[in-house]
Design a binder for this molecule. Structure first.
Ligand SMILES: N[C@@H](CCC(=O)N[C@@H](CS)C(=O)NCC(=O)O)C(=O)O
Length: 327
């Protein structure tokens, strides 16, 4: 794993020394928005009009942030409008790559758009002097030959509404009336769960690890409590807040409990959360976006400082197809 400095790749792990053993996630740097008519979105930059075949999504099947975008591509019927490429699960000294061939791993789709072997080549194609981390997901504009956005939270908002006139799919996971409630829940779920598991797992000081684990499980207890009265996080309809939580929950028992040492409880120990997780998993099209082989192999094999042998555990045995009991 590494990063680009002035367009040059450097193989180095996250710096936690300057932050007291705490992992700090950098903000994404490409922040334009695709809009229905090409007018400026929240970023104030215009020129990214929703068009069939114009945009391409680069994801890792292992990554929870990229996973959100794949789910929205599915739920919003965008499969024929937005193409996808998937990186190899192994993130080594070159960062994300397309090294494994489609013949070796049938779940992969190579970069047929730009023919890159390495993900950082896409970043320097967009900005030859780019400095920063090379992350997935990336939404690529084939017309302008640039990255529209490398922020999953923004990409799912674009998928939610910008292409509706092309797909006829008007399902709304961020309805206006629920904005403030969804934003409130997202904020806590992001800091304490989505990012919280990484802050526990990547901590390099005992106190930093312990603090993050405590906050993480307090927040899972809070979610368990919400789900004792609500079917979903914001009442009785599935919203963006649920999908943002889902990608962390579905990885939790397989990876975060062991690899990131988030082990005060497992998700199976939370009755409301586990039923909710199964219900979301069973929504049409979602199970096909969950690739447990990529998820487990990526985490256990890519973080050599956490798991030097690269051994991937055989268990746990999980079955998200069990009935969820919610009618
Ligand atoms: N803010 C970004 C975060 C994406 C992110 O951190 N992705 C991870 C994979 S799970 C990544 O690509 N990490 C590579 C790195 O940090 O070098 C988003 O939500 O889109």
């Amino acid at each position: 794993m590494g990063l680009l400095v002035d367009g040059k790749w450097h193989d180095q792990w996250y710096d936690t020394q300057s932050t007291g053993g705490q992992f700090k996630r950098d903000a994404a740097q490409f922040s334009s928005h695709v809009t229905a008519d090409g007018g400026a979105g929240p970023s104030g930059v215009n020129g990214f009009k929703a068009e069939a075949g114009r945009y391409h999504l680069y994801v890792s099947l292992a990554c929870p942030w990229a996973h959100r975008t794949l789910i929205f591509r599915q739920l919003k019927a965008l499969e024929t409008i937005i193409g996808v490429s998937t990186v190899d699960y192994l993130m080594g000294e070159d960062g994300w790559t397309f090294n494994a061939s489609e013949a070796q791993d049938q779940d992969l789709v190579a970069d047929h758009v730009n023919q890159h072997q390495l993900m950082h080549q896409l970043y320097t194609q967009a900005d030859k002097n780019y400095s920063g981390r090379v992350t997935v997901p990336v939404l690529w504009d084939k017309e302008k030959q640039t990255i529209v956005s490398n922020e999953s939270a923004d990409i799912i908002r674009m998928f939610n509404s910008a292409f509706n006139h092309l797909t006829g799919n008007t399902a709304d996971y961020y309805p206006v009336a629920l904005h403030s409630e969804i934003d409130r829940i997202n904020k806590r779920v992001y800091s304490d769960i989505n990012n919280g598991v990484y802050q526990a797992g990547f901590a390099t000081k005992q106190t930093a690890y312990a603090e993050n684990v405590e906050v993480l499980f307090k927040t899972l207890d809070w979610v368990e409590d919400i789900l004792s009265t609500n079917r979903y996080l914001v009442g009785d309809q599935i919203t963006e807040a649920d999908w943002r939580l889902f990608t962390s929950l579905v990885r939790f028992d397989a990876v975060y409990v062991g690899h990131f040492k988030c082990n005060l409880k497992r998700i199976v120990d939370y009755p409301n959360i586990s039923a909710y997780l199964r219900e979301l998993y069973q929504v049409e099209g979602v199970a096909a976006t969950v690739n447990m082989r990529h998820i487990k192999n990526h985490y256990y094999m890519s973080h050599g400082n956490i798991n030097p042998t690269g051994i991937v555990p055989t268990g746990p045995v999980l079955d998200f197809d069990q009935p969820h009991g919610k009618g």
